[in-house]
Write a protein that binds this ligand. Sequence first.
Ligand SMILES: Nc1ncnc2c1ncn2[C@@H]1O[C@H](COP(=O)(O)OP(=O)(O)O)[C@@H](O)[C@H]1O
Ligand SMILES: [Mg+2]
Length: 227
Amino acid sequence: MPNRDLAAKRLLAVTEEELQRIVLDIHDGPVQNLFAALSQLTLLRSRISAMQPPADDCITVVNRTINLLESSLGDIRDLLGTFRSAEFTTRGLGEIVEDIVIQHESFNSGRVALEMDGALSQPVSMPVKIALCRILQESLSNVRRHAGVENASVKLWMEKGNLVLEVADQGRGFEPPPLSGPHATERQEHIGLRGMRERAALVGGKLFVESQPGAGTRVRVEVPTDE
Ligand SMILES: Nc1ncnc2c1ncn2[C@@H]1O[C@H](COP(=O)(O)OP(=O)(O)O)[C@@H](O)[C@H]1O
Ligand SMILES: [Mg+2]
């Protein structure tokens, strides 16, 4: 394997380790403090409730603050869950993909139609697993946030020495920015699409985004497996 490829693959594994460290740091630091703040406020609320004359105004403010904290903690929990370690070293690609789909369905009301080629039982290198799974998560998150529909389909198969992953929805679609060539987007607001493109490129693969307004979206990534 050329040195450049080796470096790219190591980078992907390091990025994943960094991501896991961030997830843990958020979980062990700010999340614990937010929980502590929540319990202090709950205590404060019961003290205020016992006050004479009743301090209804104060209780309203405290309740509002408690609700804000609870909903932020819920959002953070979902986010950390999405990026929790997928145990890439010990589990197969098919198994992790199934898990991601199940997790997505458990957080959303829509269904994801999953089709996987039986031939996928062959081992897939860790960088390829990481790249494909993170691309799948970003694509499903885009369906949820942008497509305006709840259902999606996910397909994973082998074709001419490539592993191919396709995530499609029949939602509102959009005008995709160029992802390759001299005019390829580097815009801040395309960070998700750029991240997918970079992850595919790091394992020698390619990302295609087919979409147009009103006609749904199809994200396809092709990664060579011949190593
Ligand atoms: N499945 C989709 N359906 C409709 N629009 C999409 C979809 N995926 C991406 N987009 C559009 O492309 C933009 C860029 O996506 P992305 O780079 O993932 O950034 P973000 O999700 O943070 O907005 C989105 O803001 C949205 O307008
Ligand atoms: Mg996105």
